[in-house]
Design a protein around this ligand. Structure first.
Ligand code: HXC
Length: 259
């Protein structure tokens, strides 16, 4: 069918991307991920897009990589095609991504959720890395991003047991940023609100802040602090720094040009 696997909708400077394979609980097939990557590529190039909301809609985020697509794969095939390598493309996206999780975010779905910069979840959200129950292990960050987020003790518990993690626990252990009370609609609406707020700030400062926070996972503290300070220095070369501080001094709202 020609049904789109990823729906896109603009709300001013915010692009809302919705995974759209409801019959398979948004299982992340290669065609779906291909469409998702295309959307992110286009959003990267489009100056008018200042933030992205990524969601699976009001019922389910994603129940994982597509098991039916994976089940007959051989080692040779998966190695030659470097299966899952394309999943990491989203992490090269330089604009903020706000995730909104309703329902299941399992396996690759949980991994995709963890690639978001800010993650909102409704009380129905259920996370987990059930790969172990299928005879495999997580392959798109479930052992790495999860461990950075929640620590070794909890990551081991989640990855080795494959158990499900409900929204309140996910918030308590730092897997999600915030719980949004209400139904799935409210969670997505709040994500758009958060993304719209960020989209109004100076785009260069937002990009630099995202880069610096992400560096905390990859660099030793002294190098991370150096990167932060250099990025901080660089802000004095932007029009937005002049505007932001002038507006404060003049007791008015800033109007950022993202330059
Ligand atoms: C393919 C899937 C799927 C998946 C669900 N479906 N998850 N198809 N891949 N990951 C399909 C089902 O086959 C079914 O299709 C339809 O979606 C509805 O699912 P049900 O099982 O009938 O729904 P329910 O009883 O509500 O159970 C929901 C569920 C269960 C608990 C989420 O579907 C489930 O356990 N799914 C698998 C979760 C999982 O193991 N994820 C990790 C995948 S491995 P039909 O045609 O029968 O109606 C992974 C590897 C990551 O992600 C590695 C790196 C990316």
């Amino acid at each position: 069918t020609s049904e789109k696997l990823v729906l896109s909708e603009r709300h001013g400077p915010v692009l809302v991307l919705t995974l759209n394979r409801p019959k398979a609980l948004n299982a992340l097939s290669s065609p779906l991920f291909g469409e998702l990557n295309k959307e992110f590529d286009a959003a990267q190039r489009d100056d008018a897009v200042r933030a992205v909301v990524l969601t699976g809609g009001e019922k389910v985020f994603a129940a994982g990589a597509d098991i039916k697509e994976m089940k007959d794969k051989t080692l040779a095939q998966s190695y030659k095609e470097n299966y899952l390598a394309s999943w990491a493309k989203i992490t090269d996206f330089t604009k903020p991504v706000v995730g909104a999780v309703n329902g299941y975010a399992l396996g690759g779905g949980c991994e995709l959720a963890m690639m978001c910069d800010i993650l909102l979840a409704s009380p129905t959200a259920t996370f987990g890395q059930p790969e172990i129950t299928l005879g495999i292990l997580p392959g798109a960050g479930g052992t790495q991003r999860l461990t950075h987020l929640v620590g070794k003790a909890r990551a081991m518990d989640i990855v080795l047991t494959g158990r499900k993690v409900k929204a309140d626990e996910a918030e308590r252990i730092g897997l999600v940023s915030r719980i949004v009370q209400g139904d799935g609609k409210e969670c997505v609406a709040e994500a758009v609100k958060v993304a719209t707020l960020i989209a109004g700030y100076g785009g260069i400062a937002v990009q630099a802040a995202k880069e610096a926070v992400n560096a905390a996972n990859n660099l030793p503290l002294n190098e991370g602090l150096r990167l932060e300070r250099r990025l901080f220095h660089a802000m004095f070369g932007t029009a937005d720094q002049k505007e932001g501080m002038a507006a404060f001094a003049e007791k008015r709202k800033p109007s950022f040009s993202h330059l």
